[in-house]
Design a protein around this ligand. Structure first.
Ligand SMILES: Cc1cc2nc3c(=O)[nH]c(=O)nc-3n(C[C@H](O)[C@H](O)[C@H](O)COP(=O)(O)OP(=O)(O)OC[C@H]3O[C@@H](n4cnc5c(N)ncnc54)[C@H](O)[C@@H]3O)c2cc1C
Length: 339
């Protein structure tokens, strides 16, 4: 392939089974609109030991081209091997822009690349658009504790790099008949030169079972829940709806529930079909991560609570009275059709 200095790249992170992480597929969505705005193509980058499944997903979600680097040294993520391979690709093809998921892996890889390339990195973006005037990507991210949104340009260096959190964008429509141009690159890194070794994997039990980012229904509790016992009521409503329990940072910081449940700027970004905020005031740092939910229901004693400004349905009342009535209605299956 000829050197192409105008493509937009999306990194398709994979798990150890070789499947694509949702965030990479989600980033193909803004990847398309941004690359089209510049008359470019969107190129997916897949690095791993067995990449077939991830490549098939990247193709079905609309990549124009997929560059694959395979080798046993990429079976599990390591900063050394992945940064080496990715940097070699960038040096060869000189893309204009790179989108990477703001996962643990992406947050490790992206700054390493930016530093090697002496270019800018905007981390944890919540919005991406094309700045027509300057011809740069405009990266938007929370600043000053989330109290304002900063719009950042990288005008003097290429590539422009940004990380975006999971669930900020929706995946594009899947089309299994779509075909991408496949390019294979032989780039190898000696396993002996990987300076980190995995000695033991200690899984956080909650983190394993709580999939807030993929949840269709989330029932979240905040300070209004009043303590750990209050979360039993939240759990009951979540169980009745087949949903997942979320929480505000106050509830997590108070030790009422584990951090795996936190929704917000310093927690997880979610976009379920239904988000029920119980005893949550609606601080900007919370709203930033759940306001894209399809339907928002708020239960709060304070009719002036900011959460009501973005709620589709608001119930002014004590959650300990409202939720049992809600559950009783579900039990009577009155809400079955709506859910
Ligand atoms: C850098 C930074 C990052 C942050 N990151 C996050 C984050 O990731 N996630 C996050 O959530 N916050 C985050 N915060 C904190 C955020 O600013 C708010 O402090 C927090 O979201 C407030 O939580 P809350 O709504 O549960 O509590 P409060 O703001 O105290 O609201 C409690 C609400 O409960 C209502 N209430 C009380 N009793 C009842 C009842 N019985 N029934 C019904 N309603 C009741 C009250 O009317 C009130 O509206 C961050 C802050 C900073 C500075």
């Amino acid at each position: 392939m000829e050197m192409n200095s105008s493509n937009l790249w999306v990194f398709i992170e994979t798990n150890e089974k070789g499947q694509a992480h949702n965030v990479g597929l989600e980033l193909l969505n803004p990847g398309h609109s941004l690359s089209r705005a510049q008359g470019d193509e969107v190129v997916a980058i897949v690095i791993g030991q067995h990449t077939e499944a991830a490549v098939a997903s990247a193709e079905a979600y609309g990549s124009d081209r997929i560059i694959i680097v395979e080798g046993e040294e990429y079976a599990r993520y390591s900063t050394d091997a992945f940064a080496y391979a990715f940097h070699a690709l960038i040096t060869k093809y000189a893309p204009t822009s790179i989108l990477i998921g703001a996962t643990d892996l992406g947050r490790d890889l992206a700054p390493r690349l930016a530093c090697r390339l002496k270019t800018g990195l905007t981390a944890d973006c919540t919005e991406l658009d094309f700045d027509e005037e300057s011809g740069n990507i405009a990266w938007t991210r929370p600043a000053f504790g989330g109290n304002l949104m900063a719009r950042i340009l990288c005008p003097n260096h290429r590539p422009q790099i940004g990380t975006v959190r999971p669930a900020v964008f929706k995946k594009p429509e899947q089309d299994t008949s779509h075909k991408a141009e496949i390019v294979r690159e032989e780039i190898h890194f000696s396993i002996e030169n990987i300076r980190t070794k995995l000695i033991e994997e200690i899984l956080d039990a909650d983190n394993e079972t709580i999939d807030l980012e993929g949840a269709e229904i989330i029932v979240s509790g905040g300070r209004g829940v009043g303590g750990p016992d209050g979360f039993k009521v939240i759990q009951q409503l979540a169980d009745a709806l087949g949903g997942t329990v979320g929480a505000s940072r106050v509830a997590v910081d108070s030790g009422w529930i584990s951090s795996a449940h936190q929704v917000g700027q310093t927690g997880k970004t979610v976009r379920p079909r239904i988000y029920i905020a119980c005893g949550i005031s609606g601080a900007i740092q919370h709203l930033a991560a759940m306001s894209s939910s399809d339907t928002i229901i708020a239960i709060n004693t304070d009719p002036e609570a900011p959460i009501f400004k973005i709620a589709d349905y608001g119930i002014v009342g004590d959650l300990f009275k409202v939720i049992p009535e809600f559950i009783a209605l579900i039990d009577e299956q009155i809400l079955t059709m709506a859910v």
